[in-house]
Every structure is written in C-alpha cells, then in structure tokens.
Design a protein around this ligand. Sequence first.
Ligand SMILES: Cc1cc2nc3c(=O)[nH]c(=O)nc-3n(C[C@H](O)[C@H](O)[C@H](O)COP(=O)(O)OP(=O)(O)OC[C@H]3O[C@@H](n4cnc5c(N)ncnc54)[C@H](O)[C@@H]3O)c2cc1C
Length: 803
Amino acid sequence: MKSHAQAVVIGGGVVGASVLYHLTKAGWKDVLLIERAELTSGSTWHAAGGMHTVNGDPNVAKLQQYTINLYAEIERISGQSCGVHITGGIMLAGTRERLDWLKMAKARGRYLGMDLELISVDEAAKRFPLLDKRHFKGALYDPIEGHVDPYGVTHAYAKSAQIGGAEIARHTRVTGLTARADGSWDVITDHGTVHAEHVVNAAGLWAREVGRMVGLELPILAMEHQYLITGDMPELVGKPEQLHAIDFEGEIYIRQERGGMLMGTYEKAGVPWSPRTTPWDFGQDLLPNDLERIAPSLEVGFAHFPALAGAGIKKVVNGPFTFAPDGNPLVGPVRGLRNFWVACGVMAGFSQGGGVGLTLANWMVEGDPGADVWGMDVARYGDWTTLAYTNAKVRENYSRRFSIRFPNEELTAARPLRTTPIYEKLNERHAVFGDYCALEHPLWFAPSAAEAVDQVSFRRSNSHPHVGSECLAVRDGVGLLEISNYGKFDVRGPAAAEWLSRIMANRVPAVGRIALGPMLNERGKLIGDFTMCRVAEDRIFLIGTYAAELYYLRWFDRHLPPAGVTVRPCAMEYVGLSVAGPNSRALLQSLVADDLSSAAFPFLSFRRMEVGMVPALVGRVSFTGELGYEMWVTTDYQRALFDALSATGREFGLRPFGGRALNSMRLEKSFGTWAREYRPIYGPYEAGLGRFVDLKKADFIGRAAAAEERAGGGALRLVSFEIDASDADALGDEPIWHDDRAVGWVTSGGYGHRAGASLALGYVPSSVADAPDGFEIEIIGERRRAKRLNAPAYDPTGARMRS
Ligand SMILES: Cc1cc2nc3c(=O)[nH]c(=O)nc-3n(C[C@H](O)[C@H](O)[C@H](O)COP(=O)(O)OP(=O)(O)OC[C@H]3O[C@@H](n4cnc5c(N)ncnc54)[C@H](O)[C@@H]3O)c2cc1C
C-alpha cells in the first residue's frame, strides 16, 4: 500500500468504488481505496440490484438517470459485465389517491425528459401477466428500469478506476484518522499509515464508526431488509423477462430472478440493525430470516400476484443497509473538518451510486458539486439529529417507503422535539404544527381542538377556509406570526461589512437599515438569500433559511479572513414574532416609545427597541406584503413579548396566523423562497432578484458571472401564473406547458386568498417568458389554462407594505 495519496476513499462498496472511479475520471490519479475485506463486503453484496429513475426530488432523479446510463461506460472501460437487465417497470396503483400520485409522478418526469406512460389495468396485465387485475386501478410504465449485478457493478467501477490510475488496498482496515495542521490526514490502518490530502468516508454500514473517528455523529441507521426468491415458475418459461413492479398497497417490489420471482418488502414493523455500533466482525453475513414480520405484506403479495403463492420459497435474504432520516444520501464536505468528505447513507446504491460518485468527485476536484445536490447535501442536518431522533425518523421513513406523502401531511415520528417558549400558548389557540429542522411551528389555527387536525389530500383540504380567514384577517386588520424557524447569524467585527459585501451580491445596508442579500457562488448561481440587518457599524444581523444553516456556515468558513470578522450562528438564541396588517403599526406603537411613523421608521428600517418590557431588534419588513414588523428577541423574552402583543392586540383584533397563510401571501406577492425558487441552478436575474445585485460594487463572489447573465438575459425566467384550477392547486414540480410543449416547471403553488386565485411560480425558458398566452400547468394529470402575470397578484405596486 502506498504511504501517500491525494485522496483516500474508505470503503469498497458500490459507493466508494464509484467515488474512486469518478475521481480518476476528473483527473485525480493518485487515489487509494481502502477496504477492510473484499470489495462489496458491506450492504452491497446481497442487494437485490434493482434500479429506477423516479425520485421525489427531481434533482436526485436526474442523478439516478445518470447512474443508469453510466453502466455501459464502466463496462466498456473495465471489460467487466454489470449484469444489466433493462426490463422496464410498472408502478401499480390500487387506490384513487395512488393513481393521482402516479399522474403527478408522470408529470414531474415529463420535464426531466423521462418517458413515463400512464396505462390502464388491462394494459398493465398485458405487460405483467402475473398480476390479478381486481386489485388495481391503473399503472405507470417506465421503460428505464431494471436490475444489475451488485458484484459486477462494484468491480466494474473498481477496475475502471484502476485503469485510470487508482490503487485499491483490500483486507486493510482503517482504525483511526488524525488531522494534521495543514488540513491533510493521517489514515491509520492495520497495515500502516497513509498520509492523504483528502479523506472520503464511504464506509456504508460502518460510516457511523468512521465518522466517530473524527468526532462526527452521522445521522444514519441501518435497517434489516428482507426479500425472497421463489422456486421456478412455469408461468415464466419461454417468456421474455418480466417487468419490475412496485405494488404500493402491498408495499412490495417484485422482479424476475432467473426462473423465479424476487419479492421484497418495506414492512411497517421494520427493525433497525445495530442501532448504536456496527460490529467490525460483520462480514459477508446475512441476518436470520423473520418471515413472520413481513407476513402481512407477503399475504397481500400472494393475493395480488397469485402465481407466486404456489411457487414456493427457494431463498430468503435478510441484510442490513443504511438510511438517513429522509432516505436520501449524505454527501459532501463536512463543516469544521478540512478535506473530510462523506458519501454514505445511500439506500439505493444501484440507482444513486453513480450520481453520488460524480457529485462528490466534482466537489473535491472543482470545489463545486456541479449540480443542485441540496437534497443529499450532508449539511441539511444539524445538531438535532441525535441517535434516538435518527432512529425514530429512519424507522418512520422505512415504514413509509411506499406510502404517499400528501402535500399537507406532517409526519409524526420524533415529535415534538424542539419547541419555542410559546409552544403551549399556540397549542391552546388550536395551532396545527409542522416541524422544520425538528422545530415545531404553527401551520394554521383551527377554531377548536377537535378540528385541529389535517385531513390529508392532494386537493384543497380542511385547512383551506381557515387559512383563508387568516389571510383576510392580516389584510384587513393585524395578524401575529411566530417566525422563530429562520437561521440567524451574528456577524461582528471591524471587517464585518467589508467581508459581507464580498459574500453578498447586494450592498450592505447602512446602520439602521435592512437589505436583501442574494449570495452567489463563483458560477454566479444562487446559493442563499438573506436579509441583512445592520445593527451597528461593526454588527450585522443576518437572517436566512434555517435548514441551510450548516450549508451557509460551510461557505462562510471558506471565505472568512483570518481576523476582523466573526460569524456566530444564533438561530435558537433569537426567536421571533411578527405582526402584519394595516393595524400592525398602531398595535406596536402602543407598546414602544419610538416613533413608528413611516417618516421616522420607514420600510426596511431596523432598530433596537423596547417592546413593553422586552428588549427587541425590530425590523420593518414582512413577507406577507402588508405593513408589518418583525421582532427578534432572546429566547427568554419570547413569552413576555407574545403576552404583551396578545393583550394589547385584543383592541386591534389581533389574530394568530401560521405558515400556510404566509405561504399563500408570499405567492400573491411573487416572493420566492430558498430551496424552491432560489437554488444553485438559477442565476439572480433568472430568479427575478436582479434588483438586489449591485454590479457597481467593486467585487463580490460571482460578480463576473452575474454581469454576464445580466448581459445575456439568462436562459430561464421565474414567472408568476394564475391558474384556471378547480379544487386542487399546483404544489411544485408540475410541468408548465406552452403551445403544447412542456417547457418549464412549477417551483411553488397554492391558493391566494386575498387575490381569490390559484397561483404558481415557475421557471420557463426566457424565449417564451414574455409570450402573452398559451401557457398551461398540469395539476393532477389535467392541463389547466395558466395566465402569465406581469405583476404580483396582490398589491402590485407594493404600496401596502410601504404605507
Ligand atoms: C437485502 C438488501 C436489498 C437491497 N436491494 C437494493 C436494490 O434492489 N437496489 C439498490 O439500489 N439498493 C439495494 N440495497 C441497498 C444497497 O445495498 C446499498 O445502497 C449499497 O450497497 C450501499 O453501498 P455502500 O458502498 O454505501 O456501503 P457498503 O456496501 O456497506 O460498503 C461499505 C464498505 O466499506 C468497508 N469499510 C467500512 N469501514 C471500513 C474501514 N474502517 N476500513 C476499510 N473498509 C471499511 C466495508 O467493508 C464495506 O465493503 C439493498 C440492500 C439490502 C441489504
């Protein structure tokens, strides 16, 4: 084994092998993979090898497409067969809701260039004769589905990497990792130490243990997973290979395996494996079968596919593999650990392994993943992912693998975990809560405790009228909103403003003022949107998306000078309340001594004030589009602030409102939000944030690319639409049609109660963005006429929030 490498990849499962291959492909030849046993000695060897393109996150779906297309390439380079069987696949719907879901999946696939086909039950039975038609209502056919040989794929990656210059050390276990002062690593193994500039944790089942070597607790957990293979079946003799099938109601997947069928299930009563530590002596082992646990699914399977019932069980496989709380991989650089990368928690290695390898290699070699990988960025999880939290969420995710997640469905595991001081008070007012980064926040308020429950639906649900009346209360009087679930950063020091000016595309505001700050990467793409509040010459209070806190900090760390500025995350140190609506000034004025008139405290002002007895940072801004104020206080004061506003608010008709009403109102104002309208695939001009980019500033990150985008106009444009909808609104990810072609996609949608219209925001090519008509947006399989709006649907001049 060599004693020095540019990068050491720990783990020779399908993911580590893919990372190794992609590093060599990107030009790094001095790379070493260290594997404790033989390649595939973790989850990989006993996988069922199934692969598919469909994923809830369109960006992850793209990487799955990439993975499947990659197999021909690594077979060609390595001469090693991947055992690819592209059979095509069907997803079977047994309920109306599932059929709706399939229609939406088909629609989403359309703008990703996928060729998905909605078929009748008769057609499904023709293509997959093993099914009993009585149990199904329709199906979605995907021609690009199939399975591979896990051993072949892993070795094809490994051989291709070796041909590209990589070295592989087998039967060598990494036992420790020590960081050197220059950011490089000593990788300690049972066969000596390797000095590496970069380390990749691709240790699969042992990724947690390798993480712990550097003091990192990764939010992953292995679950036991079982599939069985039937005896040979006469029904398959002389027939082309059967399709892959997913039967959602049975919670099973099924495909042909030689002369029989393979059937696996994500059972409701899933069992974690080695919840605290993975034993090092676990090798190419299987776990004891527990058919009783999956009996309910098998029963449904045998009823839905009767031929299987008589075929007998030839073999049962029970093996563990790892999941993150949301089921998506954990990829990227880890904040606070220089040159330490992870590629783990990959639960669908044969659909995702290629995309994960590509992304990570790009990131390591180019400094940027090269695609929108927010959905699998390790930075999406923070400190709240304790072992027990991860355990509860992974079990929930596993049990819901084939369940529909409705747009208004809040998952219940591990809740409530994080609450603000006013949680009980909001509960008393019949708040229905959602969780965001494990923090409870009110979504809407019901008239009574009995009604405070969401009836899940793809259509407008039971909360619709209540959200509507919250919006109107804000429009006509004043509403109170908990706004604690934002990320906050305290930026201080003599160089704070100068540094921020380089990080943000907009001008840093003067003391006492607020400015919106898009943050760009070097390619001029949006990697954040902030509210910059200037408290003092040397202090800026920065507000952004909470879920992206670590993602932002990772970027800040990279660009911080050695002295002169500090950035302290303080999300839970400062919690907040907002009042919005035409009466909000009068309400707040009766609690503060400061003059709140527009002349004295105009729109986008920011100041320290005493609200009743509470010291607060108060900004005149509101995401609702109404006159409004945001108040930030240290956590110990939030209860008193809430009580003061509630008591005084009575005479002004103060009404609590929640996140759903806020979302409706921001749509009416065409205000975008991070991870929906603003993502690293869009430029600021495309996203309509051009007015917050100050090209007059000497320099800021992404300036050259932003200037180029402005000159060229950008390839895409964010556009607002009013949709001719009936009882369902757009949600996000629906295709936008123009003149009978799917040209773009919706980023957010919903009902605008003040405008009385169904609304959506979405991206279309600039070439069609100005077309006066001809747009349609697909909602649950139906193309609906969509009117492009030239201005926000509500208060287009912004007079109300500036009043
Ligand atoms: C029963 C079953 C069925 C499945 N079916 C499918 C399917 O149909 N389709 C699909 O896409 N996925 C399937 N999977 C999931 C799939 O197996 C995983 O997504 C994939 O194997 C993850 O690969 P990995 O490289 O991340 O991890 P692993 O395969 O666990 O590889 C990690 C490697 O790292 C090595 N290692 C760990 N620590 C060290 C160390 N300290 N030093 C040196 N080496 C170390 C281990 O020996 C191991 O070889 C299935 C899994 C199971 C269990």
